[in-house]
Every structure is written in C-alpha cells, then in structure tokens.
Design a protein around this ligand. Structure first.
Ligand SMILES: NC(=O)c1ccc[n+]([C@@H]2O[C@H](COP(=O)([O-])OP(=O)(O)OC[C@H]3O[C@@H](n4cnc5c(N)ncnc54)[C@H](OP(=O)(O)O)[C@@H]3O)[C@@H](O)[C@H]2O)c1
Length: 309
C-alpha cells in the first residue's frame, strides 16, 4: 500500500511517499481502507518536534527519542471497514467510519488497523451518512476538541459565549455547537474570515487584528480559546477581563484531548441532523503531503486541510 513515511524529525521535506506492506488485522481489530485524513496542528508538532524544552522531553519519550517510533504519521481518518476480526462487535464489513488513531498514528496511508474500544490508541465511530469522507475527517478532530471543551460550559439559551480563534478546525465547530445549545456567540478572527464565522452562526464578530480590547459593557459566561496557548494577541490577553462573575475561560490546551467514541457518536448525530457542518480549507493528495504540511504550518488555515487517499 501507499503510505507517507516519516523516518526522522525535521521540516516537511522529511516526509516521503513509499510502498509498504498492507497491515494485517488481529482478531480484535478492523482493517480500514482510508479515504480521507487531515493535517492537524498536532501532526506539525510531531513531525517538526520544535517545542519548548518542557514539552520536548515528554513528547520525545512518547513519540520516539531520536526518531519517530511510529513511522507512518496521521492522527485522523475516515474510511470503510474492509474486514472485521471475530472479536469485533460494534462494526462490520462495509461500515463507513471516522475517528482518531491516537499514539498509533498511521492515518496517512491507504490502510490502517484499529481496535473498536477507546484507548490512547484511538477511537472510532460510524461517520455521518450525509457527510463525505473528507468532511467527516475534519469533523472528527474539530468536533472532538470542540465538544470536550464546550461541555465545560453550562450553556443555556441566551448564554453569552466568546470563541477566540473561531476560524480554525475547532473554532468553526465550536461556534455551531454553542449556537445549537442556544448561546449568543461572539466569534473572534481576522478580517478575511469575518464573513465565514457569521455564516456559521456567530451573532457578532470581532477582528483581533484591528481590535485590542472588548467593550466594557458586554460580559461573557464562557470564553473558549480555540487556537491554543501558542497563538495570542492583545485582544486575547484582555479577554479574561470580560467574564461575568461566574464566567469561565478555557483553553483547548488546558487538558489532553480525550479519545471518546461516545462523543464521536454524538457529533455524528448532530451532523446528521444538520446542526454541524465542517469547513474544508483545501484538499491535497497523499503525493502532496509536503505541500499540505507547509500550508498548515503557516498557521492560518480555515477549518481543516484534507488529505484525499
Ligand atoms: N488539548 C489537546 O490535546 C489538543 C490536541 C490538538 C490540538 N490542540 C490545540 O488546538 C490548537 C488549534 O487546533 P485547530 O486545528 O483547531 O486550529 P487551527 O485550525 O490550526 O487554527 C488555525 C486558525 O487559527 C487562527 N489564528 C492564528 N493565529 C491566531 C491568533 N493569534 N489569534 C486568533 N486566531 C488565530 C487562524 O485564523 P486567522 O488566519 O484569522 O489568524 C486560523 O484560522 C492547536 O494549535 C493546539 O494548541 C490541543
């Protein structure tokens, strides 16, 4: 099968497309023909391994100290089950699934084997029938992150929510989740993305490249930093002063992403009901993996960057 191989840490050019053996599933695994993946911020960190010392050592211990332990990268997949081992109960041949591969990686390839139970090695669920494989891959990652952190807000109809970094993969889903819960949503992004976040349901928008402070009059019940702690602005620093007395500020870097198939099922149902629609920035082929990494590394993608396989 075709697979991207990352045999050392470094710039996007370390990624090479190669022919490797197709994986053989065990009795407790499914074999998936992958049709779409995405390149995420996490893929960039793992490949580049350019992290502050505090994160560098734990990350290298997990991912491989001198070179990547798992040579096929890729965290997110959407595809079709080709075969299911005798111990598999949740899935059958022909099921269309989406999920994350966790520390096993391996999604930037034509095939991958996964267990059906949630663990640090991934989580898997049936993909929404009304979405393509490409859309489902984007939804799996942004949806899991957005739902995990939005669940921390006791959102009620009329709650005031601010999503900082509203144009990324997590931000675009978080706006829609907050609207679905009945919140009034203020979305913070840059000038070129203001229209997009309004179309996704934001009730008001703020351009972080032009505005440094929030109005004194409006206070928020929940603020989600959807771009993480490494991206900031004067406005983001000032956001924390705009909470109601019981308001809460949460960053998506506050805790580890939970690989949870129940959440994936809930995301799938919301998408099937038309309440969540993932945003695709660009699609690349497996052969264009180096360009895809360079594109994501710039830090300004909207929604997800897809790898069609
Ligand atoms: N907790 C976990 O385990 C976990 C796992 C994975 C990822 N994460 C975190 O999630 C983050 C985001 O991932 P993602 O893929 O959803 O986002 P993303 O798609 O990489 O975010 C890109 C978006 O960020 C916006 N942006 C860039 N700089 C900004 C700034 N200074 N202020 C506001 N917006 C800015 C860009 O909009 P403009 O072009 O308009 O600037 C762009 O649309 C990662 O960077 C990581 O920190 C956490």
């Amino acid at each position: 099968m075709k697979a991207v191989i990352c045999s050392k840490y470094g710039p996007p050019e370390v990624l090479q497309l190669k022919e490797v053996d197709k994986p053989v599933p065990k009795q407790d695994e499914v074999l998936i023909r992958i049709h779409a993946s995405i390149v995420t911020a996490s893929d960039i960190f793992i490949r580049g391994s350019r992290l502050p010392l505090l994160f560098w050592i734990p990350m290298r211990l997990v991912m491989g100290f001198t070179r990547p332990r798992k040579t096929i990268p890729g965290l997110v997949l959407a595809g079709e089950i080709i075969s299911a081992g005798t111990k598999i109960q949740r899935f059958k041949q022909g099921d269309q699934v989406f999920g994350l591969t966790g520390f096993t990686l391996g999604a930037h390839a034509e095939y991958n084997c996964m267990k059906e139970t949630d663990s640090m090695h991934g989580c898997l669920a049936l993909k929404p029938r009304n979405l393509s494989y490409e859309e489902s891959a984007v939804l799996a990652y942004g949806g899991l992150l957005a739902m995990q952190f939005m669940e921390k807000a006791a959102i009620r109809p009329g709650s005031k929510v601010l999503i900082y970094g509203a144009s990324g993969n997590t931000g675009t889903i978080a706006i829609q989740l907050a609207r679905h819960m009945g919140a009034e949503v203020t979305a913070v992004t840059s000038t070129s993305n203001l229209e997009l976040v309004s179309m996704l349901g934001a009730t008001s928008v703020i351009d972080y490249t032009r505005v440094d402070r929030l109005s004194q009059e409006v206070k928020y019940d929940f603020i989600l930093d959807a771009v993480g702690k490494m991206k900031t602005s004067k406005l983001k620093v000032n956001c924390k002063k705009a909470l109601t007395p019981h308001g809460r500020y949460v960053s998506i870097d506050d805790e580890k992403l939970a690989l949870d198939s129940k959440r994936l099922d809930a995301i799938s149902s919301l998408a099937a009901a038309g309440s969540l629609k993932p945003v695709i920035d660009t699609c690349f082929s497996l052969e264009e993996i180096v360009q895809a990494h360079k594109y994501v590394e710039r830090g300004h993608k909207i929604g997800g960057v897809v790898i069609k396989i």
